[in-house]
Design a protein around this ligand. Structure first.
Ligand SMILES: Cc1cc2nc3c(=O)[nH]c(=O)nc-3n(C[C@H](O)[C@H](O)[C@H](O)COP(=O)(O)O)c2cc1C
Ligand SMILES: [Mn+2]
Length: 496
């Protein structure tokens, strides 16, 4: 599958009845967010809002959201069968993440159809929602891919980071110096006494958010991996006012600079975080000073409602759960751990919990798995709770995991390991505030737990258990199962 732009992606979704156009008027202030939440609760379609209050005329009238909000649509975006099992999808992503096809630079493209400079710059020409009533403003960057360049190597990084409209041409952003890849670039510009050039890309191929919203190795350009997924180089155009390149068929590109001068900082937040909780206080953050906006004719704005709740995942959590599982499986592979047969992250936990399925090779294997995950830097916001089960358990099924927890897990017989006080998420509300003070501790603290739900190899094999360590299950004999299967229709049960 080659690259597609937002419009081709919407057409593909339309073909599969996976997008709904909302013609009724909906307000950008709170209502779009509340509609999105309810649709997530129903695992419903992608949404294209076409009549937004205050935006019925003007350059941008449409908002697109939720297109990667189910596994099925993620499979469509990846060009994979829609019912592909977790294991195969995760393995595909592991493989593709390692491949590279470098971009090509082209002279121009649709994203240059409109160019705003100087006093014409105003972010509010786009129907940017205030997604949630507790949020501190209108979040323009919730699904944008942010391009920066390493000033030493000149390699670009593309990552997804949030930003809120400040004034018409300023955007305070969640930029932590030294954190995330753009934060590392920011330190380098600051030490040279320079502002950091930035370009925020909205729209374009759905592989872009899929790859920029999850950590790929530092120093690598996400454009190269996008090319590998699409089997062709991505076409980039040069920005107008910053030394960066962006996809030629993006819907919208916002260019500018971020300074480390604290006098330029501005308040950002609160924001409805991925944890499903709203961050407490507005915080002073570095600000992007916009120098240019380019966009296609009739641009389609894109954003997403963050946060998972007990009754709803988010677009981020659905797409990222596959990447997070792939990254975890690669960690286990690199650590040389044998017998891993599946890795699953339920979207509702955003990777805080992870399930690993193994063909058990030795008693200490689950502990080895947990320590490999916990020792990796990818575990900063992830893998607080590690569940390990054997390969007769479908780890994507909560019921099956619960059965293994009920009958194979024993807290005082190697089942439970608590690894207290490790590095972890500073925004986990289950951690007391004084244990997630970045100023004092540098990171949050997590008490991590392994739940080993595999059968215990310390148990002696018993003759009455066919020489196994656990009794036989109540599964019918395979001969009986085969016979019943063959006669199923005869019993009048064929409709079950
Ligand atoms: C919808 C969405 C919103 C995100 N918002 C932020 C954010 O505001 N700040 C942040 O540091 N990471 C955020 N992330 C996670 C980063 O995108 C992710 O860690 C990614 O690896 C960053 O790119 P990098 O590894 O090149 O730095 C978000 C991810 C998604 C999918
Ligand atoms: Mn990166």
């Amino acid at each position: 599958m080659g690259f597609m732009d937002t419009r081709e992606w919407i057409a593909l979704l339309e073909k599969h009845s996976e997008v709904r156009r909302i013609g009724a008027e909906v307000h950008w202030d709170r209502e779009i967010g509340a509609v999105s939440r309810r649709v997530l609760e129903h695992e419903g379609p992608a949404l294209l809002f076409e009549s937004i209050t205050d935006y019925k005329d003007g350059p941008c009238t449409q908002l697109f959201t939720g297109s990667l909000g189910t596994r099925k649509r993620l499979a469509l975006a990846l060009g994979l069968p829609v019912d592909m099992p977790n294991r195969e999808m995760v393995q595909y992503v592991m493989k593709k993440n390692q491949e590279r096809i470098e971009p090509v630079i082209v002279a121009t493209g649709p994203v240059k159809e409109n160019i705003l400079l100087g006093k014409d710059i105003d972010q509010a020409i786009f129907p940017v929602p205030r997604w949630h009533f507790r949020e501190g403003g209108r979040y323009i960057h919730t699904f944008s891919s942010v391009v920066t360049r390493d000033p030493d190597t000149r390699v670009m990084n593309v990552g997804m980071y949030r930003g809120m409209i400040g004034t018409p041409d300023t955007t305070p952003m969640l930029l932590i110096k030294g954190g995330q890849h753009w934060g590392q670039h920011f330190m380098k510009y600051t030490s040279r006494g320079q502002e950091m050039p930035v370009a925020c890309v909205i729209g374009g191929d759905p592989m872009m958010p899929f790859l920029t919203g999850s950590p790929l190795p530092v120093g690598l350009c996400e454009y190269d991996v996008m090319g590998a997924y699409r089997n062709e180089p991505i076409k980039l155009v040069k920005c107008e006012t910053v030394d960066l390149e962006v996809p030629a068929d993006a819907e919208i590109v916002i260019e500018g600079f971020i300074s480390d001068d604290p006098s330029t900082y501005a308040m950002e937040g609160p924001f409805g975080e991925f944890t499903g909780y709203v961050s407490d206080l507005p915080t002073k953050r570095p600000v992007m000073r916009i120098t240019c906006i380019t966009y296609r004719n009739k641009p389609i704005f894109q954003g997403t409602l963050e946060g998972t709740l007990p009754t709803s995942a988010s677009e981020n959590s659905i797409m990222s759960s596959v990447q997070r599982a792939a990254i975890a499986w690669n960690i286990l592979k690199t650590a040389g751990i044998p017998g891993v047969t599946d890795v699953f992250i339920h979207p509702i936990t955003n990777g805080t919990n992870i399930c690993v399925q193994i063909k058990k090779a030795y008693q200490g294997q689950p502990k080895q798995i947990a320590s490999a995950l916990w020792g990796n830097s990818a575990a900063q916001y992830r893998y607080k709770h590690v569940y390990v089960a054997e390969d007769d358990i479908d780890i994507s099924s909560y019921a099956q995991l619960d059965w293994a927890m009920a009958y194979r897990f024993n807290a005082l017989h190697d089942g439970l390991v608590i690894y207290p006080g490790t590095f972890g998420s500073p925004i986990d509300p289950s951690t007391p505030l004084d244990e997630r003070s970045i100023e004092q501790l540098g990171s949050g603290l997590w008490n991590r737990v392994l739940f080993d739900m595999t059968r215990n190899w310390k148990f002696e094999r018993q003759p009455q258990w066919d020489n196994e360590r656990f009794p036989p299950t109540v599964d019918p004999h395979p001969d009986d199962q085969a016979k019943v299967k063959a006669r199923w229709d005869e019993y009048g049960l064929g409709d079950l």
